[in-house]
Design a protein around this ligand. Structure first.
Ligand code: AOS
Ligand code: ZN
Ligand code: ZN
Length: 384
């Protein structure tokens, strides 16, 4: 195997979300776990454990207001002391009563102004923390035909996005996230990659699309979307998670590891395996323990990436050029069917890590310490 694959794997960066470390649940109940963080500082401490044992998760996405603190520069400093940094700032314009009929698309100009002010505040937080990425997901939409004007809502959305875009500084960008449905059940205002892409295209290079793998209709070919967006320079990043039914937010690669491989293959083949594309996790379920759930997700992304990097490009191109369908497919499947776990274990050893992050974390005693010392941990905020 070429040295190049090993180097590229060691350089991988996967971002974990702060909300993965708090209590979470379903829409029916939030389940408490022992030792969960009581504030954003403790969330960063837990995220730092994921990085400590995997070596590839050095940044943490924040969510405002769930991670509201008085001094964001201090929070960023704290992150630095723990060996991690602040990643994407996730805005929240969905949890206030005001947003019942939408945020930036709300028919009431007062609510729209409030939502926009929050988005701009998130850019201030980017300035204070050194974050380069604002992640925008809107719960906006309608439940009933005729409830509001679909086109007017697009106009309002475009207006808000343009104001945020204007406010972005040097080295800052926003990622617009789409989602087919939920909480709106008739017409979501940013339901698909095409809508997100069109808004971003109009604004310019600092506006890109983020693909949450749980946000599509069943059967959607997500890797096609990835290939297309990359080709257009509009793939800003991923919210990785697994789903069986809707936006399940399960551990990455648990439901369909083959799909994750196909996505990573398109990322690699399309030149997207760079720092320009953010590999973020948006996984936060309530059955698995928090920190080990993230470690597992990170490892699953690593495994899919390793397999994608193993695809024999020359053999594939030659089979494709010759119209050899079976051989072309076999080249991809050979890579997918390779057991890359020994390779990743070896790479960890090389960089001074334990080859088995799950076991090393279990042995570290960290979980026992936080379970004993943290009482009254916080809810993640919302099921996400
Ligand atoms: C919502 O379904 C999303 O996946 C968003 O990414 C959301 O903003 C995130 O989970 C944090 O709230
Ligand atoms: Zn998401
Ligand atoms: Zn989601």
């Amino acid at each position: 195997m070429s040295m190049d694959i090993r180097t590229r794997l060691s350089a991988q960066r996967i971002e974990t979300p702060s909300w993965a470390y708090g209590n979470s649940g379903t829409r029916f109940k939030v389940f408490a776990q022992p030792g969960v963080p009581r504030d954003p500082y403790e969330k960063l401490a837990d995220a730092a454990q994921v990085h400590r044992f995997t070596g590839v998760a050095p940044s943490v996405a924040l969510h405002i207001p769930w991670d509201r603190v008085g001094d964001y520069a201090d929070l960023a400093r704290h992150a630095g002391e723990l060996g991690v940094s602040i990643g994407a700032i996730n805005a929240n314009v969905f949890q206030d009563d005001d947003y019942k009929l939408g945020s930036v698309t709300n028919p009431d100009p007062r609510v729209r102004a409030k939502a926009l002010a929050h988005l701009l505040e998130c850019v201030d937080i980017m300035d204070a923390t050194g974050s380069g990425t604002l992640k925008l997901w809107f719960a906006d939409g309608t439940n009933y035909p005729g409830q509001d004007d679909i086109r007017a809502r697009q106009d309002r959305l475009a207006e808000a996005l343009a104001s945020v875009y204007q406010r972005l500084g040097e080295g800052q960008r926003f990622l617009l996230e789409y989602k087919l449905f939920e909480p709106a059940f008739y017409a979501t205002d940013v339901p698909d990659w095409g809508t997100a892409y069109a808004h971003c295209l109009r604004l310019g290079p600092k506006a890109q699309v983020v693909v949450d793998t749980g946000h599509h209709a069943p059967g959607t070919n997500i890797e096609f979307i990835v290939a297309f967006l990359l080709r257009e320079g509009k793939l800003g990043g991923f919210d990785f998670n697994s789903r069986f039914y809707a936006d399940d937010d399960l551990m990455v690669g648990s439901a369909d590891p083959f799909q994750l491989f196909r996505i990573m293959y398109e990322v690699v083949a399309g030149g997207g395996y760079t720092d320009e594309v953010a590999f973020m996790l948006d996984q936060c379920h309530n059955l698995e323990p928090k920190i080990t759930g993230q470690i597992r997700s990170v490892m699953n992304v690593q495994e899919a990436t390793a397999k994608a990097l193993l695809v024999d490009g020359a053999a594939l191109r030659s089979a494709q050029a010759g119209g050899d369908v079976l051989q072309a497919n076999a080249v991809l499947m050979d890579a997918f069917n390779t057991d890359v776990r020994p390779l990743l274990a070896d790479l960890r050893r090389e960089s001074g890590l334990d080859p088995d992050p799950m076991a090393a974390y279990a042995r570290s005693g960290y979980f026992e310490t936080i379970s004993a010392t943290r009482v009254g941990g916080a809810q993640a905020g919302w099921g996400a």
